[in-house]
Design a protein around this ligand. Structure first.
Ligand code: FAD
Ligand code: FES
Ligand code: FES
Length: 1327
């Protein structure tokens, strides 16, 4: 065995050997790749294992099995020291646009599976790792592989479809829709159903993959080395090669952390700021990594990974008789829902037990099974203990001592008379921590249905995993019949309690789950008993209640208008061209802000953030921080004149650095500028701030109303018609209210900026922003210098969704100030938790309304009060409110409307623009009132829609004439395509046949107004150059953030110039190319920049016309050259302004984008879980310039809306502290959440006369269609409530989360749980 001194850390990256004599144990693999090796294709999305953007492949030679193992892992959680002797493959290592694309890269790009592209390298690497170990995977493999990756843009469908082509059972995902409509539709317009041609993909040949480094295979030297690496902070990484060494190390250092997957320790260091100094990796120790199948069951080494455990469980389940593997099946099922593949590939069984988390998924199973554990210490040797009631001793504590090492666990086989079931309920099924989990181990007396023993374990119900022993005793000896449920319920209610302020909140829901999951288990085991005992314990209608949801095989179709056969092949307009950066996204070559190489002398900035939501700053002391090595400065409000410190996008009601009073948690109190990120972050934590609490702390809308905390200048009343009279003459009236929560943008690339001082008085800023022009202007004001000294550049951004309009200032302004002050380049990219804490969200809204309507269903009056939660400053809140006010009637005509709106000031981060800009929240009201009227009049809501639907000639409530309205066409087509009437009957039948599962199906409409309501913003510029080699360079004021703006502009230029698209390029958006650009927002960028690019290209085309006409036999390059030699300018600007728009001409908006959608869902009434079975959308995009991009916007927008209406919850403490600060706590939809069948059609034969190429804006309008899922859920809950003779109408605030669904279903189980204790402060509140 080699000694541990002076052995360099040795590993391979993309085939290249890396030998590092002084590796720093503080480094993760991600940081090493990005900073030291400059391999920036691997992205940093969250730094906590929750998004998959950092996925790379780790390969090792397994000497026991003599096979190569290829694993996808999260580089952000992989300690660099743990990769000794391994081969790392990053996205750069598998293909590039300069050499050859790997088939995975090619297929995701060509299938239109990337938009902003920030998630793409991680997704590519997950898929690549799967193919390396399973060259012909099936759809189940694909599902498991992608569980750990998130994408905020695409809606996942195109990625799945692209990768599906690798599967063994690949067939066209369109099912019975395949080619069906190719022969035309009712308008006689020909329809296309292929966005790409899978037959043209390069074939995948596993034998062409790079070889595993022979050195690592031939010699085991790296496995044999004992390693010890330290850094200047005295952090030690020790890798023993024998158990003795490990035990000695643990004896000497009780506090040393044994690190296997680092999926707990890494999070503790990152999120809880725990500063561990000693780490021991047990991965070379045979006893801890061994799996042994013996006569009793399976003995699993504590460092065995969950993936390895999965493999052996599957093998055992396959070869053993069914009853012996019931425990194994329960574990295997649970493992499917445990983290993502990247986590399972490294996380260990022992790590889960030792962390002793109260929401561990395995511990309830192990505790209910009463497994045996082997534990060893240097002084006392080995002992065996049982996991029983006394095993967990406190929050994250168990009886194993610090000096002891967990060696192995033993998983027993089950007996014929034994049943084992486990359940997990989370906010999202894939890759989420449990809200509550449960395991049930039931043993019957032989040949009877008398319970001999029942162990019940629960997670999420106390500070530890608990065994409900009193309930075990209560049911022991009882007969398995329905009386058991009452006995168990009574006992569980007494035994498994939660205080009203328990962390995690959702108290009644969690308590109800203990009963509901017991009942679910009862239903499941009863059905098993039925099979053998031939007696029936449960009603046929109840049987489906035993089931849990599993991801269904996805199916989809995309239909769009066929390009006319007369259109020249070279003309790319109306064709589904791939995103202009798609291939670079997939290879990792696409450069984002933080990928830009370091500038000479560059420093890093870390913000010092307020921990309080409302407080006076008594003092800020940065002395200790400034004493740290590598720290250059602490900047605060004292460093700039009061007037310059005063900032804001519309009015200056914010401060760059807070001077006296903090009014929200996460406000910047100052900034540390240091040599690098690590130093800056650590130093920022050392800045001491003394606060004096101020009251009240206003968090919720209700609080703000109570305290009359409004932005008084922005409280308005809009009236249309005569509301009072409408209420007088109405046949009926009703009142209701609706509440909708906010939404975190969760762009995959967090806010980032770099500022570089130039030439004394100039500044160049690279910013991840949707509005470079505004950054330029605001920085100029901040620094008090002219705008012509500042250039802002944005190549692309990794998603924005409105969150990088005004709020991109949180990064760009501090770095600009620091760079200008210190005279050195300064960079900052916010961590995910900081970003979520600082940058604001979509606005929560409250609506209180009164309706007046006639007996035929015509709504004649709406009187409504609207409140939005703006946060601490105005930002865009008044404009968002304005859009909400103007969107309130959505697709329906109401002649008499009165809207009172109030923008509320609270102690939250300031809320801002978010895709839809208030429309999705407000339009929810319109869909509610349609259903209110239908319910009241006992009519079909579709008839109420029809009678109220907007049509040509109608006036909106802001007095805009409706023209070219396609709303009715979308509505009719979606009803037909979705077979709504037939399926509604099926839903009804399903609900009659099932007690604990219910379905709902619902249709919604959207009529989204297009254009900036501020007239002056409706302008755009472009600059086009033609170079003498015939190549064209376009610049325009819009930012590419994934929405495909640049490819559309290339299509426009190609069409106008009549030159191939390949000759045209678009580099970046920069303020020195196109000045004064409006923010890339409001969905109108294609309309506006398309117009500007078109104009510039037309000018150039006209200048070339004489040359083309004179020498038609020549080609483009030659005409360009001729013009150049003739001294003709080959550069032109284009300018566009939307004509005929503005309040003065009675047209606030340019036109409307319409669409309709139908969704069907199934809910589990016992748990609140749901699944979207099918969604159909018909969207009017006019004549789509690029159907692939537009369908991508529809699907991506839908999934973002799905998150808004069903899943995404901002969790605040009553003190205004955000708990949901990362992907661990805040759940956006994942791959498994897409509708099992997802059909999107673009309305054909509907050219839009008011935009470029007769197209329509599409970025925001489809998001609202996801509310069809919310309404379908509501319908399904209504069906469940009817079972209990409850009113099917009830108030369901959005999002319709699992907890709300379950509690709205209401039944005997929920009724048994009393309301939360009065007067008690709850753990969280809804803002
Ligand atoms: C994105 C993400 C998703 C997750 N999802 C889930 C989930 O769905 N369900 C769930 O239950 N958990 C989940 N976790 C938590 C975590 O993955 C598990 O607890 C995992 O099993 C920990 O294993 P590890 O090897 O990574 O532990 P490590 O972080 O390496 O170690 C954890 C702790 O165990 C100790 N330890 C490890 N081995 C030994 C030993 N042999 N003897 C003594 N002490 C030891 C370590 O010292 C440390 O204190 C998730 C974590 C992340 C980051
Ligand atoms: S950055 Fe590693 S998982 Fe998100
Ligand atoms: S393309 Fe996936 S996050 Fe943007």
């Amino acid at each position: 065995m080699a000694t541990c001194e002076k052995i360099p850390l040795t590993f391979f990256v993309n085939g290249k050997k890396i030998s590092d004599n002084e590796p720093d144990p503080d480094y993760t693999l991600l940081r090493y790749l990005r900073e030291k090796l400059r391999l920036c294709g691997t992205k940093l999305g969250c730094d906590e294992g929750g998004c998959g953007a950092c996925t790379v492949m780790l390969s090792r030679y397994d000497r026991k099995t003599k096979t190569l193992k290829h694993l996808a892992v999260n580089a952000c959680l992989t300690p660099i020291c743990s990769v000794h002797g391994l081969a790392v493959t990053t996205v750069e290592g598998i293909g590039s646009t300069r050499t050859r694309l790997h088939p995975v890269q090619e297929r995701i790009s060509k299938a239109h599976g990337s938009q902003c592209g920030f998630c793409t390298p991680g997704i590519v690497m997950s898929m690549y790792a799967l193919l390396r170990s399973t060259p012909k995977p099936n759809m189940k493999d694909l599902e498991a592989t992608l569980q750990g990756n998130l994408c905020r843009c695409t809606g996942y469908r195109p990625i799945i479809e692209g990768f599906r082509t690798f599967t063994a059972d690949y067939e066209c995902g369109m099912g019975d829709k395949c080619c069906k409509l190719l022969n035309g539709n009712e308008c006689g317009v020909e329809v296309e159903n292929k966005l790409y041609e899978p037959n043209h993909f390069a074939s995948y040949d596993p034998s062409q993959e790079p070889i595993f480094p022979p050195e690592l295979k031939l010699s085991d030297i790296y496995d044999q080395q004992t390693l010890k690496f330290t850094n200047d902070r005295n952090v030690v990484w020790f890798r023993p090669t024998s158990l003795k060494q490990l035990l000695e190390f643990k004896k000497a250092h009780n506090d040393a952390k044994i690190v296997v997957g680092n999926t707990e320790v890494g999070i503790e260091i990152k999120s809880k700021n725990l500063d561990y100094k000693l780490f021991a990796s047990p991965l070379q120790i045979d006893e801890l990594t061994r799996i042994e199948v013996n006569e009793k069951g399976i003995k699993v080494g504590s460092a065995v990974t969950l993936t390895e455990l999965e493999t052996v469980l599957k093998q055992e389940i396959e070869i053993r008789v069914e009853h012996e593997t019931r425990l194994f099946k329960a574990i295997l099922e649970m493992l499917h829902w445990f983290g993502g593949q990247q986590v399972r590939n490294v996380a260990s069984v022992g790590g889960n037990i030792m962390t002793a988390s109260p929401i561990s998924d395995l511990n309830p199973i192990f505790a209910a099974a009463g497994i045996e554990l082997e534990v060893e210490s240097f002084d006392f040797g080995r002992k065996t203990i049982k996991m029983r009631q006394d095993f967990f001793t406190g929050y994250r504590k168990n009886i194993i001592k610090d000096s002891e090492v967990l060696i192995s666990i033993s998983l027993p086989r089950t007996f014929k008379n034994q049943y084992f079931l486990a359940y997990k309920q989370a906010k999202r099924r894939d890759d989420d921590i449990a809200i509550v989990n449960a395991a049930f181990n039931v043993v019957f007396k032989e040949e009877t249905n008398i319970i001999d023993k029942m162990e019940l374990a629960f997670g999420g119900m106390a500070a530890t995993t608990i065994l409900a022993s009193k309930t075990s005793n209560a049911v022991k000896g009882k007969t398995w019949d329905r009386s058991l449920i009452e006995i168990a319920n009574k006992s569980l209610i007494e035994e498994v309690q939660l205080s009203s302020d328990a962390p995690g909140g959702m108290i009644r829901y969690r308590r109800s789950l203990t009963l509901s999951l017991f009942f679910k288990m009862f239903l499941a085991i009863s059905q098993e008993l039925e099979k053998t005992n031939q007696f029936s314990l449960i009603d046929e209608r109840e049987k489906s209640g035993a089931r849990t949801f599993h991801t269904l095989l996805p199916k989809s179709s995309q239909l769009f208008e066929k390009v006319s056969t007369n259109q020249p092949a070279i003309d790319p307009i109306y064709r589904p061209k791939v995103h202009s950066s798609a291939f670079k996204h997939a290879t990792g070559e696409a450069v984002y802000c933080d990928d830009i190489p370091k500038f000479e002398g560059e420093l890093y900035l870390a913000l010092v953030l307020s921990e309080k939501a409302h407080a006076k700053i008594i003092s800020i002391d940065a002395t200790e921080a400034l004493n740290q090595f590598g720290v250059h400065a602490f900047l605060s409000a004292k460093d700039l004149p009061k007037q310059q410190n005063q900032i804001g996008p519309l009015i200056n009601d914010e401060e760059l650095f807070i001077s006296e009073i903090v009014t929200s948690q996460g406000q910047a109190l100052g900034a540390i500028v240091a040599d690098n990120k690590m130093i800056a972050r650590r130093a920022a934590r050392l800045v001491k701030v003394v606060y004096e609490d101020l009251f009240p702390v206003i968090v919720t809308i209700e609080d703000a109303i109570k305290h009359k905390s409004f932005f008084s200048d922005h409280s308005n009343v809009l009236t249309h018609g005569d509301v009072e009279n409408a209420f007088k003459i109405a046949d009926q009236t009703l009142n209701d209210e609706f509440r909708i929560g906010g939404q975190e943008h969760f762009y995959l690339e967090t806010q980032a900026a770099i500022a570089v001082p130039k030439d004394g008085d100039e500044l160049e800023i690279f910013a991840s922003t949707q509005q470079p022009g505004a950054v330029q202007k605001r920085v100029a004001q901040l620094l008090n210098i002219p705008t012509n000294r500042i250039t802002v550049r944005t190549k692309r951004i990794g998603g924005g969704f409105g969150g990088k309009e005004t709020r991109s200032a949180v990064a760009s302004m501090p770095v600009a100030f620091a760079a200008y002050t210190i005279g050195k380049p300064v960079r900052m990219m916010l961590d995910r938790d900081e970003d979520m804490m600082i940058s604001g969200t979509r606005h929560p809204f409250l609506f209180k309304y009164k309706l007046a309507f006639m007996n035929d269903g015509k709504i004649i009056g709406l009187d409504i009060q609207i409140y939005n939660n703006a946060g601490f400053s105005l930002d865009f809140s008044a404009l968002v409110m304005e859009k909400a006010v103007l969107s309130i009637t959505n697709a329906y005509e109401i002649s008499n409307v009165r809207i009172e709106s109030k923008v509320l000031k609270t102690n939250l981060p300031t809320n801002t623009a978010f895709r839809g800009f208030g429309q999705p929240q407000a339009s929810m009201v319109s869909e509610h009132i349609i259903r209110d009227v239908a319910r009241f009049l006992k009519k079909d809501y579709l008839d109420i829609m029809t009678i109220n639907m907007m049509k040509d000639g109608d006036l909106t409530h802001y007095k805009q004439l409706v023209e070219n309205c396609t709303m009715r066409r979308c509505f009719d087509e979606v009803r037909k395509n979705s077979e709504l009437e037939r399926r509604s009957l099926e839903v009804k039948k399903f609900n009659e046949q099932n007690r604990w599962r219910k379905r709902g199906i619902s249709l919604v409409n959207t009529m989204f107004s297009i254009g900036f309501s501020e007239k002056f913003l409706n302008q755009a510029g472009a600059l086009v150059h033609i170079y003498t080699d015939g190549h064209v360079l376009i610049s325009h004021g819009g930012v590419e953030m994934g929405q495909g703006l640049h490819i559309k502009m290339l299509q426009v230029a190609s069409n106008v110039l009549k030159t191939p698209i390949e000759k045209i390029h678009l580099q970046e958006t920069a303020t020195d190319k196109v000045p004064n650009a409006t923010s890339t927002a409001a969905s109108v960028s294609t309309d506006m920049y398309g117009g500007a690019v078109m104009e510039a290209c037309k000018i150039l085309y006209d200048r070339l016309t004489p040359y083309r006409e004179r020498k038609p036999e020549k080609n483009w390059d030659e005409w360009v050259n001729d013009a150049y030699f003739d001294r003709v300018s080959l550069s032109a600007t284009g300018f566009f302004r939307t004509d005929d728009i503005g309040e003065d001409v009675g047209k606030i908006f340019n036109y409307f984008t319409n669409g309709s959608g139908v969704s069907e869902v199934e809910i589990d009434c016992l748990t609140g879980d749901h699944q979207v079975i099918r969604t159909d959308i018909v969207m009017d995009v006019g004549s789509s310039i690029n159907p692939a991009i537009d369908i991508g916007q529809i699907e991506g927008g839908f999934m973002q809306g799905y998150g808004l209406f069903t899943m995404e919850e901002l969790i605040y403490s009553p003190e205004g502290k955000l708990y949901s600060r990362g992907p661990g706590m805040y759940k956006i939809p994942g791959f498994a959440d897409i509708p099992a069948e997802f059909n999107v059609s673009l309305l054909t034969g509907a050219p839009n006369p008011r935009a470029v190429y007769s197209s329509k804006a599409i970025g925001e309008p489809p998001l609202f269609i996801a509310s069809s899922v919310y309404f379908a859920i509501k319908e399904a809950i209504g069906a469940a409530r009817l079972e209990e003779n409850l009113d099917p109408h009830f108030n369901l605030s959005s999002p319709a989360t699992v907890a709300k669904i379950r509690m709205a279903c209401q039944d005997d189980f929920t009724n048994k749980i009393k309301e939360d204790g009065e007067g008690c402060k709850s753990w969280n509140i809804m803002p």
